[in-house]
Design a protein around this ligand. Structure first.
Ligand code: PEP
Length: 256
């Protein structure tokens, strides 16, 4: 019993001040009222909402994270935000290597590893996203692609205490489609083996591996029950308090 379930919301580029604060307050209230105490909650709003969401979450059990960071601590990087700044603002987590960044911003494994390493150095925990495209899946390359992403995107200073992996098949994100439960478990188990190769068995056994990609109240129970699924990274369904909390409530066990 070493891996505590993490229910994480990736709000992506959604929310103005008023609705972002309302969503954060709603999650904080429901987390206090209903959810079982030993599951962890995290919300990752866009940069523009971090300060106001931090205030809205004050005193609650819901943690704050960002969706990306630069690898440098400061300097001439127009438009970027550093991990040191995120830590200073009160973030506990940062997501790196989301497929939307890998695709839309041409982020490589090497860059993701640099960002993750710098974030850990700054005292943040990282959620490192990996996952195959539909073409890669159709070509039977899912495990190879995910293994290469783990080997290339997880930095040397990663441990089970500072790093979470999110397996997000690119074709499942925002589409309503998901792999079968068996397929998800197979990939998660394979990911754990690669982590063991890279960071040792103790880290692999303790490191949380989240599933992401169209997780919703109707499929959360089956996915979260899988032995190597330690929570969810939730996009669309994290924008509604009721759906986000229904996913958390569907979680059959709190530690694995
Ligand atoms: C995501 O992009 O991290 C994600 C899981 O999105 P969705 O839940 O909307 O598929």
């Amino acid at each position: 019993m070493v891996r505590k379930t993490l229910i994480a919301g990736n709000w992506k580029m959604n929310g103005l001040q008023e609705d972002g604060v309302a969503l954060a307050k709603g999650v904080a209230l429901e987390a206090k009222k209903r959810a079982r105490k030993d599951c962890e909650f995290l919300v990752c709003p866009p940069f523009t909402l971090l300060t106001s969401v931090k205030k809205a979450l004050k005193g609650s059990r819901v943690m704050l994270g960002a969706q990306d960071c630069h690898y440098a601590a400061s300097g001439a990087h127009t438009g970027d935000v550093s991990p040191v700044m995120l830590k200073d603002l009160g973030c506990q987590y940062v997501i790196v290597g989301h497929s939307e960044r890998r695709t839309n911003h041409y982020e490589t494994n090497e860059l993701v590893a640099k960002k993750a390493s710098a974030a850990i150095e700054a005292g943040l925990k990282v959620i490192i996203c990996i996952g195959e495209t539909e073409a890669e899946r159709d070509a039977g390359k899912t495990i190879d692609v995910c293994s290469a992403q783990i080997m290339g995107s997880v930095p040397e200073n990663a441990t089970a205490a500072n790093t979470v992996i999110a397996y997000e098949p690119v074709w499942a994100i925002g589409t309503g489609r998901t792999p079968t439960a068996n397929e998800v478990e197979d990939v998660h188990a394979a990911i754990r083996k690669v982590i063991s190769k890279k960071l040792g068995r103790a880290n692999a056994n303790k490191m949380r591996i989240l599933y992401g990609g169209s997780m919703k109240p109707s499929n959360a129970k089956e996915l979260l029950a899988l032995p190597d699924v330690d929570g969810g990274l939730i996009g669309g369904a994290s924008l509604k308090v009721a759906d986000f909390m229904a996913i958390a409530a569907a979680c059959p066990t709190l530690t694995k």
